[in-house]
Each structure stands twice: as C-alpha cells, then as structure tokens.
Design a protein around this ligand. Structure first.
Ligand code: 13P
Length: 236
C-alpha cells in the first residue's frame, strides 16, 4: 500500500485543519482509497488520528517535558496519542540548523519509545551537481548511526533543490537514488519534492517508491485527495 503523506508545514489553523481532515476522511470513505493517509499539521493544530488518517508531528524535542522553549516533547504528543513523527526534514536541518548529531539524538530517543519515524534525507543543489556518487555519500552520512533495522522506520528522499521549487526530480533521478537507498535500508521509501497532481501517479509507479511526502500540493484538501486517488491502482 502506498503512503501519501501531507506535510502542511506552517500552513492552516486549528479550525482549517479540522475541516481539511473532515473533507479528506469523507473522500476516503466515499472513494475506496487504497493508499495510507498520513497528515502532519502545524503544532498548534495537533489532534488525534482519525480512523483512516494518521496524524503525525512535524517536529518534537527529544524529551518528555522540561525547559526547551518553543519545543514540544512526548507529554504534549501523548495528549493527542500521537506516535508518528517527522525527523530530519531539510527545513529543520537548513533553516533551524539541526545538525547530524541532533537529528540522530531525536531518532534514538523516539525510536526507543516506539514512535513511527518518517526520516528525511536529501542533498542540496551543489551536491547534486557534483554527481551521483557524491549524492550517495551525502545521504549515507545523513543515515550514519541511524538504526536502519528499526521496525517503525519510513524513509523519505527529499532532494533540497526540489522542495517548494516546482522542480520535481526526474524519474531517472528518483530511480537512481531510491535503488541505492533501498540497498542500504529495506524500508518503505517515499519521494518528496514538488510532487504534483500531474506527476504523482508516475512517481508512485516507479520501482522502489512506496509513496510520496508532499508539501505545497497537499495544502488544499481537494488536491491532497487527488494525490490519494493517484495512488489507487498502483499495485506493487
Ligand atoms: P513541496 O511538495 O512543497 O516541494 O515540499 C516537499 C516537502 O518538503 C515535504 O516534506
């Protein structure tokens, strides 16, 4: 089953997330959607998962609670029974300076607590321009020290140059990197970076692509539902 994950980033409010989830839920019910739906709302709109929509957190700190201004820990996640977490998103790494050590510390902490972890990797443009081998060395470094045998691990390949730019990676790029990552880790592997309604089915049909992690296109519930639709009929 393909995973279609919506990263709402810093968009939507408590109110609009509720209507978004309502619209998606009724779409799933009416249309026999075969894909798994996962939605990462902004922190202020965290809520319980719905029967057919898993709610995950975009970020959390590696602590139960404490003095970590601006962060949330497991105490706040547990209020909503949230057990799914995004770690290593490129915006966390590049805008907020999360380094390899911090990302690994988060992974270690939340994997010990049996969280489902969506772990993102991906290279910036200058690495991409240096060629495939350099790209894989970069990604291997991001995965260094991460327990790739962890049972609740989902990987996401999100090339930084493709995120929010409208420049989707080519199917050849995706295939090359996904094949190589699958050799390192036999885990569900999503592609993210300018996934659109028009290219979602083609991307999800590629071997070694187990779903998509989507920003911009997922922000309107109608478009997100079309992405769920695109996953229907893909039998891998
Ligand atoms: P876009 O779909 O806007 O490129 O964002 C991708 C992403 O960062 C998902 O986590």
């Amino acid at each position: 089953m393909q995973i279609v994950a919506a990263n709402l980033k810093t968009n939507h409010t408590r109110n609009t997330v509720q209507s978004y989830l309502g619209a998606v839920e009724s779409y799933i019910d009416k249309n026999e959607i075969a894909a798994r739906s996962v939605v990462f709302p902004p922190m202020s709109a965290l809520c319980q998962s719905r029967e057919k929509i898993t709610i995950g957190a975009q970020n959390a700190y590696a602590a139960e609670n404490g003095s970590f201004t601006g962060e949330i820990g497991t105490e706040q996640l547990e209020e909503f029974a949230i057990k799914t977490l995004l770690i290593g998103h490129s915006e966390r790494r590049h805008i907020f300076g999360e380094n390899l050590e911090l990302v690994k510390r988060k992974f270690d902490f939340f994997s010990l607590l049996d969280y489902e972890i969506f772990f993102c990797v991906g290279e910036p443009i200058e690495i991409k321009e240096a060629g495939f081998e350099v790209v894989m060395t970069y990604i291997e470094k991001q995965l260094d020290g991460i327990d790739l045998g962890y049972s609740r691990l989902v990987l996401a390949y999100e090339p930084v140059w493709a995120i929010g730019t409208g420049k989707t990676a080519t199917t050849a790029d995706i295939t090359e990197v996904h094949n190589a990552i699958k050799e390192i880790a036999d885990k569900p592997l999503l592609y993210g970076g300018s996934v659109k309604v028009e290219n979602a089915a083609e991307i999800m049909s590629l071997p070694n692509v187990d779903g998509v992690l989507v920003g911009t296109t997922s922000w309107l519930s109608e478009r997100y539902c079309q992405l769920l639709d695109a996953a229907n009929g893909i039998n891998k």
